[in-house]
Design a protein around this ligand. Structure first.
Ligand code: ADP
Ligand code: MG
Length: 607
C-alpha cells in the first residue's frame, strides 16, 4: 500500500475535468455560458479542426479585474454565489466555479480581459503553467470584454483524446451547443466560424418576427412553416414557443429544445409531459419537434442536481407536468382548418405538390375565426344516420346546386374546407374552396370525428366508477403502497379506488366502468409507477382513448362507400367543427390542400 500524498493542483483539476469537459463541445458550452453570465450581448466563436486545435470565445461582457484573473482559473472560485442560500435563487448559468480550472488543466488556455472601469484602460492576459498551475499575468490589448482561447484540448491526457471522434462529428456537436444557446438568448448576437468559414451569423432578434427568423435559421425553414406559436399562462407559470404540427413529426427526437428559465434541459418529466400532450395526434413511434420556453419562479426549481445541469428538479413536479401537458394538449386540439389554411397562404415557401396542408407559423390560438356555415339540418341528419349507398335524392341535388351557386357567387362565405365536388375511388373527397383544391381521406376524417364525439360523451358522463365484484389484491413495493395511500384522492379522480392492505400490498376496489375488460393489475401497477415518477398519470385516459379509438374505427365510414354530395359536405362541416380533425386517430393527416397557384405551377401556367 502506498503512502498518502496530496494531489497536485493540475491533477485534481484534471480529475474534476472528467465530469464537465468531455469534448470540445463541452468547452464551448462553458465558455459561452460564462460570456452570457458576464452580460455580453455579442459572442464571437472561432473553432479550428473540430475544436481540437482551437476554441475561442470572444465577448463584450463586463470583463474580469486584473486582480481576479488568476483566481478565475482556480477551482471553486466563482463570482456568482457566495453562500448556500444563493443556491436557492440561481439566475446565472454557471456557479460551480470549476469550468475554467478544469479546462485549463487539460489544454493550453489563455484568457484576455478588460473591464469597463479599468482606470488605466489596459487589458490583461493570464495563463496557467506547471503542475501547480501557477499563473502568469501580462499586459495585453483588448476592448472591453473577455476572450478565452483554448488550444490543443487533451494534449496532456492522451486517454481522453482517443475518445474524440472525427473533426466533422466534433464540430457538429459544437454547432448543436451553439444552436441551443442561440435559441435561449434572442437578445444576443452570435457568430460561429469553423476553419475560418462562417457557419452562423445570428443578429440580435427583438421582434417576434425576428425571433421566428432565428428559429428558422437554427431549426430549418420547414420547422417554422410546420409549427405554431403558443403562449400560455398558468399559476405562476408561462409556456411559450413553437411546436410542430402533428403531421410534421420526426423519426428521431432531434429537434427538441426545451428551456427552463432560459436554461436548456433534457428532463424526463418534461419529455414525458410533452409526449403525452401529443399522444392523441402523433403517428405511432414518431417524435414531435419543438422550441419551448418554460418560465417559473427560480425558487420553485432546483438546477443544482446534475454537473452539466441538464436535469432539473421541480418543487411541484405534478403541477409542472400537468401544465405542460394540458397547454400542449389544448394548443394541438385547437388547430383548425382555418388556421392551417391561413398559415399556408401566408407562407411564401412554395411547398411541394400535395405536401401536407400544414405550413406557416405564428398561428394565434386566441379565438379562431371558425366559420359556422353548416349546411341545413336535414343534411346533417342524412350524414349522421349512416351512409346510404344510393344515389343522391332530389332534394340533395337541389342542395348541391345551391352549394355550387354559393361557391361561384364568391361572396366570401365559403367555408375553409369548401364544398365537395366528387368522390375519388370511393376513398377521397375532392372539394373546392376559395383558393384551391382540398382532398380529404373520408375514412380517416370520419374516424376522428366519431372518436372526438365519443370522448366528449365519455367526459360529460365523467368517469363512472364500478365496484369490482371481487376486490383485487396486488403485491407492490412499500413505496408504491405508500403512494397509493397518500394519493388516494388523486386516484379517485381518475376513477380508481385503492386501499392499502399491508406494508407491501394494496386492494383495488373500484375501477372506471369503461375499463371493465382491461388488465386491471397491470394498469394499476403502471399508474402507480407513473405517479411515483412524474407525480401524475394519464394511463386511464390513454386506455380509455385507445378503447374509444378502436370503437370509432369500427363505427366509421369504410372506404368504397359511395357518399352523396350533401353527405360529403356534412362531413367537411363536421371536420371544421371538430378538434384535432387535421389528423386521424393514428396521427395521419386527414386532408391536404393545393392552392390554385400551386396547381398553376404544376402545369407551368403563366411562366
Ligand atoms: P463559474 O462560471 O461556475 O463561476 P468558471 O470557472 O466558469 O466558474 O468561471 C470562474 C469565474 O471567472 C466566473 O465566476 C466569472 O467571475 C469569471 N469569468 C469567467 N469567464 C468570464 C467572462 N467571459 N467574462 C467575465 N468573467 C468571466
Ligand atoms: Mg462558468
Amino acid at each position: 500500500m502506498n503512502r498518502i500524498t496530496l494531489l497536485s493542483q493540475r491533477l485534481s483539476n484534471q480529475i474534476a475535468a472528467g465530469e464537465v469537459v468531455e469534448r470540445p463541445a463541452s468547452v464551448i458550452k462553458e465558455l459561452m455560458e460564462n460570456s452570457l453570465d458576464a452580460g455580453a450581448d455579442r459572442l464571437e466563436i472561432d473553432v479550428e479542426q473540430g475544436g481540437t486545435k482551437l476554441l475561442r470565445v470572444r465577448d463584450n461582457g463586463a470583463g474580469i479585474h486584473k486582480q481576479d484573473l488568476a483566481l478565475a482559473l482556480s477551482r471553486h472560485a466563482t463570482s456568482k454565489i457566495a453562500e448556500l442560500a444563493d443556491l436557492e435563487n440561481i439566475r446565472s448559468l454557471g456557479f460551480r466555479g470549476e469550468a475554467l480550472a478544469s479546462i485549463s488543466s487539460v489544454s493550453r488556455l489563455n484568457m484576455t480581459s478588460k473591464t469597463g472601469d479599468a482606470g488605466d484602460g489596459s487589458a490583461w492576459k493570464v495563463e496557467a503553467e506547471g503542475q501547480e498551475m501557477e499563473t502568469q499575468i501580462v499586459p495585453a490589448a483588448h476592448p472591453q470584454g473577455t476572450t478565452v482561447e483554448v488550444r490543443d484540448l487533451f494534449f496532456n491526457t492522451p486517454a481522453r483524446k482517443k475518445f474524440l471522434k472525427k473533426e466533422k462529428t466534433e464540430f457538429t456537436r459544437i454547432d448543436e451547443i451553439v444552436k441551443r444557446i442561440a435559441l435561449s438568448r434572442f437578445d444576443v448576437q452570435f457568430t460561429l466560424n469553423h476553419n475560418q468559414r462562417a457557419i452562423h451569423k445570428l443578429l440580435a432578434a427583438k421582434t417576434e418576427q425576428e425571433q421566428q427568423r432565428r428559429v428558422g435559421l437554427v431549426c430549418g425553414p420547414a420547422f417554422v412553416e410546420n409549427s405554431v406559436f403558443i403562449d400560455m399562462e398558468g399559476p405562476q407559470l408561462r409556456l411559450w414557443g413553437w411546436v410542430s404540427l402533428p403531421t410534421f413529426s420526426r423519426s428521431q427526437a432531434d429537434l427538441q429544445y426545451f428551456y427552463v428559465n432560459g436554461r436548456i434541459v433534457r428532463d424526463k418529466l418534461v419529455t414525458h409531459a410533452i409526449k403525452q400532450g401529443y399522444r392523441d395526434v402523433l403517428y405511432h413511434g414518431r417524435h414531435p419537434a419543438y422550441v419551448l420556453y418554460l418560465e417559473l419562479a427560480p425558487g420553485t426549481v432546483d438546477v443544482n442536481v446534475h454537473p452539466t445541469k441538464h436535469e432539473v428538479r421541480f418543487r411541484d413536479s405534478r403541477l409542472v407536468h400537468d401544465f405542460l401537458f394540458s397547454s400542449l394538449h389544448k394548443a394541438l386540439a385547437k388547430i383548425t382548418p382555418t388556421d392551417q389554411l391561413a398559415a399556408t397562404n401566408s407562407s411564401l415557401h412554395g411547398s411541394t405538390a400535395f405536401g401536407s396542408n400544414y405550413a406557416g407559423a405564428g398561428v394565434d390560438f386566441g379565438g379562431s375565426a371558425q366559420s359556422h356555415l353548416s349546411l341545413s339540418e336535414p343534411t346533417r341528419q342524412a350524414y349522421g344516420s349512416g351512409f346510404r349507398g344510393s344515389g343522391p335524392a332530389p332534394e340533395a341535388i337541389a342542395q348541391q346546386l345551391a352549394a355550387y351557386a354559393r361557391l361561384n357567387a364568391d361572396d366570401g362565405e365559403i367555408p375553409p374546407l369548401g364544398y365537395a365536388i366528387a368522390q375519388l375511388h370511393g376513398i377521397y373527397i375532392l372539394a373546392q374552396n376559395q383558393e384551391g383544391l382540398i382532398v380529404v381521406d373520408m375514412h380517416a376524417a370520419h374516424e376522428r370525428i366519431t372518436y372526438e364525439r365519443m370522448k366528449q360523451a365519455c367526459q360529460n358522463e365523467e368517469l363512472k366508477m364500478q365496484p369490482l365484484l371481487v376486490p383485487l389484491s396486488i403485491a407492490v413495493s412499500a413505496a408504491e403502497a405508500e403512494c397509493a395511500e397518500s394519493q388516494r384522492q388523486f386516484l379517485l379522480q381518475l376513477g380508481i379506488e385503492l386501499e392499502r392492505a399491508a406494508t407491501e400490498s394494496i386492494i383495488v376496489r373500484q375501477i372506471p366502468s369503461i375499463l371493465r375488460g382491461a388488465d386491471i393489475e397491470q394498469l394499476v401497477r403502471d399508474i402507480l409507477s407513473d405517479v411515483l415518477e412524474y407525480g401524475s398519470s394519464d394511463r386511464i385516459q390513454a386506455h380509455q382513448d385507445e378503447l374509444l379509438s378502436t370503437m370509432a374505427c369500427h363505427g366509421s365510414v369504410r372506404a368504397n362507400r359511395q357518399l352523396s354530395i350533401p353527405e360529403m359536405n356534412a362531413l367537411l362541416r363536421d371536420m371544421e367543427a371538430t378538434e384535432r380533425s387535421g389528423q386521424c386517430n393514428h396521427g395521419r393527416p386527414t386532408w391536404v390542400y393545393q392552392s390554385l397557384d400551386e396547381l398553376d405551377k404544376l402545369f407551368l401556367r403563366g411562366q
